[in-house]
Design a protein. Structure first.
Length: 322
């Protein structure tokens, strides 16, 4: 059930790099009680959104202001008792032919299969999230780019932000130029990436995301968060059944789910409050559910940017943001 794909960075100039670059980093064992750390550093569960700088999916091709996103996260958490506001914030978007683009300028060094944006669109948003308490996982869509390099570039740039709690890899775009649905992650890769992420902060978590368990590491679990972004279901019941299997597959690790894809609107669009009804069903039926994230492809339908312009056409509770 491959996710919705849209044109990437339609108004952003691409700086394509072709020179080779290799890095080697010595990884030491982290002497820490992981279970205790996770208990003390992360809330019981989170609710929020997934956001990417794909202008074509937003009204008038305008990426919403930071206040909009923090308000969305706040309202999402109010729908679930004791949940903390959180988001999956995409900082690297897959382009084509193995290329991915990071949403900030290059430091001047070239990296294979890596392009950079002419400005840093995430920095002002992350500063805002620092002050509003939204927990952020920075996501990369790697393509053929070296994931270790992406981790280093991303966390060196944004690791100083208190809002950042980890990093994620969208496996559907891992070597997507050669594998239609991405290349499966090996145990060695998953362990290395997790250690690398946690070398920046032992409290960070790494998530891996795909719509099929077959693309996840065969046996390595560590403290990984496993996120399912399946779509194209016939009904809410079918979605919940599939997500239950995902939760069982990776138990006792935490799992998360992305909701609200356009391909499923034919049935979630009939619900009175889609985030609440679907989120409640997942939290109550899958004991290791850690997070639910409404996707940006339809988020302005659920949380309108200008309430007066859309209120008459929506049956959902209207929230005036921005």
């Amino acid at each position: 059930m491959s996710k919705f794909a849209a044109n990437r960075f339609p108004h952003l100039a691409l700086f394509l790099a072709t020179l080779s670059f290799q890095t080697a980093f010595a990884q030491g064992e982290l002497e820490i009680d992981r279970a205790l750390l996770m208990e003390s550093s992360l809330p019981s569960y989170v609710a929020g959104f997934r956001a990417a700088y794909i202008l074509s999916i937003y009204p008038d091709f305008q990426f919403p202001r930071a206040s909009y996103w923090s308000n969305v996260a706040s309202v999402m958490t109010q729908k679930f008792s004791s949940a903390a506001p959180a988001a999956i914030w995409v900082v690297s978007l897959y382009l084509n032919e193995g290329m991915t683009q990071l949403g900030f300028p290059s430091s001047g060094r070239n990296h294979p299969y890596l392009a950079f944006a002419p400005w840093d669109y995430s920095e002002p948003y992350l500063r805002h999230f620092d002050s509003t308490g939204v927990k952020i996982w920075l996501e990369v869509e790697p393509g053929a780019a070296n994931v270790d390099t992406l981790i280093h570039l991303t966390l060196r740039r944004y690791g100083h932000h208190p809002c950042v709690v980890g990093l994620g890899v969208d496996v559907e775009w891992y070597h997507a130029q050669a594998h239609t649905h991405g290349r499966e992650v090996t145990d060695e890769e998953a362990q290395r990436w997790e250690r690398l992420v946690q070398s920046y902060n032992p409290a960070y978590t790494l998530f891996l995301k795909h719509y099929s368990p077959a693309w996840m590491p065969p046996s390595y679990r560590g403290d990984l968060l496993f996120i399912d972004d399946s779509q194209k279901f016939f009904s809410a019941a079918e979605m919940i059944d599939e997500f239950k299997r995902w939760g069982e597959k990776f138990f006792p690790n935490r799992v998360g789910f992305q909701l609200g894809y356009p391909a499923d609107e034919r049935w979630w669009g009939k619900l009175n409050d889609p985030p609440v009804e679907l989120g409640d069903a997942l939290f109550s039926s899958i004991p290791n559910t850690y997070g639910v994230f409404w996707v940006d492809f339809t988020i302005t339908q659920i949380f309108p940017i200008i309430a007066s312009a859309v209120k008459s056409s929506l049956r959902y509770p209207v929230n005036s943001f921005q």
